[in-house]
Design a protein around this ligand. Structure first.
Ligand code: SF4
Ligand code: SF4
Length: 91
């Protein structure tokens, strides 16, 4: 994995969950899109800015943030990276 974090905050501006077989289910994809979500493969991406993301795109609860936030999301092979993320690999 190459690249660097641009401190853009995009990874704190969305909720992501996986729906099994979503990519083969057109009706479900249409439903999520109609509700303002994006779908990629089997992922649903919901625009949702975390209330702890401050105006400088830094986390206001850095020392006590959830464990999933402590994972180096930019560098994790498993983590979905938003468009424009400074780390190269995206779905
Ligand atoms: S990991 Fe990627 S999306 Fe998240 S702040 Fe860094 S550059 Fe932005
Ligand atoms: S708690 Fe902090 S690191 Fe986690 S999503 Fe919110 S702003 Fe981002």
């Amino acid at each position: 994995m190459t690249g660097r974090c641009l401190l853009c905050g995009k990874c704190c501006m969305q909720l992501i969950f996986e729906v099994p077989r979503l990519q083969n289910n057109r009706l479900l994809r249409e439903y999520y899109k109609a509700r303002g979500c994006t779908t990629k493969a089997n992922l649903v991406i919901i625009p949702s800015r975390c209330p702890h993301l401050n105006k400088d795109n830094l986390c206001d609860i850095h020392n006590t943030k959830p464990i999933l936030c402590k994972i180096d999301r930019g560098r994790s092979e498993k983590y979905y990276r938003p468009e424009g993320c400074g780390f190269q690999k995206t779905l």
